[in-house]
Design a protein. Sequence first.
Length: 149
Amino acid sequence: MVIKITKYIFLSLVLFIIGCTAGGPAFSSVENPDTDKSLIYLYRPFNIVGCGMAPYVYIDEVKHDSLKNNGYLVYAVEPGMRIIETNCSLSDPLTLYLDVVAGNEYYIRWWIETNTNWGSVIHKYKLGLIPKEYAINEIKQTKNSQQKN
């Protein structure tokens, strides 16, 4: 009886984790931005911590898609100062101000940093601009998190 319950709990947990990760196509290559726009890639490497939450992405206060675990999103934006924000129920909004130049690509990573302090586990949500050389290796492991219309 205990084994059946354990199997049920394990299967439920696996299905929950699978359902909370990005399910779109895998990242394949970087797109070339139009000369009058820039591309912003937001990505989130897989992490078992916080796998059930998906922060919404806002660009200049306009709500876009949610960024699922092991997912990425890409947006073409006009040049100028852009306000990138992520917001989810478990943390305060995270904001990044980005001076966008036409024809460039920007890689923004959302992640959860885990620290321990005297036996307590502390999770801190982070949003940061990542150099392309580093980001490209991480984003290759993600899938599209875009909502289907």
